[in-house]
Design a binder for this molecule. Sequence first.
Ligand code: SIN
Length: 319
Amino acid sequence: MSKLSLAVEISGLKLRNPLMNAAGVLGMTPDILKRVYDSGAGAVISKSIGPEPRRGHPNPTLVRVECGALNAMGLPNPGVEYFVEEIQEIKKMGVPIIASFFGGSTQEFADVAYKLSRAGADALELNASCPNVAEELGMLAADAANVEKVTAAVRDETKLPLFVKLSPNVTNIKSIAVAAEWGGADAITAVNTSKGIAIDINLRRPILANVTGGLSGPAVKPVSLRCVWEVAQAVKIPVIGCGGITTGRDAIEYILAGASALEVGTAVMTHGLDVYKEIADGITCYMENNGFTSISEMVGLAHDYENIGVDNACLGMTK
Ligand code: SIN
């Protein structure tokens, strides 16, 4: 009987397991990213890096809400020139790093991608989907033609595996995923946060300084999972699932919906860094109980729902 393995390969990027931190969650300094990796993630993803240092929005930028969190950080980051050194430091620690990045124009996206590639990142994640900033920075993902153009410009600058992170805040995510694939993306990350708002009833005003923010955590899981399902039907490249993944059961749902790898964000706030190991253990449990030996055997199986008869889910999986 072959040995069970959680290892995955996404467009040439080999990972010991499918779990990564979602961009922006603990993704600021090399030491913190190293802790994420040591806690059991298969790779780490940096905070989104732009062409210049950026302060982001004033506080409050984060509020806990029912079943999740709303954030409106406004893409704070030290700028790509500074971050190049951080990537080199992370690489010296032996940690696989995916650099998340953004720009204010097609040229800026391409320039930042070029610099991050030369710095030694293992892969890039093009953030086409921040809901908290002006349109030219954030909601690129709402427009398929733009996504294709920007992805193609970045593709010309790098041979690294290129993930494009999409927004759920669009009418037709399939057409946008296809546009990214046509532009040369190697994988689609589905999805960034859902736009939301929280109100302080005593002050009678929105809680976040930016008024609206991006909702993450268990509250968004069914929406994000639906996005993974639709994107997996639309493209041939791998899909990376993101949105409310907290348990092994969540991870398996995403894999069965079509995700080849997974990003975990808000669960780190609620469960601490041990959550990576807990999720990996939950995946292993399901695989053992259902006779799977690799993640790839399970990817997208739920799409065949009319043809399979499964008696039971993981007998040993309690969460
Ligand atoms: C932010 O910096 O406001 C969040 C980043 C993102 O959602 O892409």
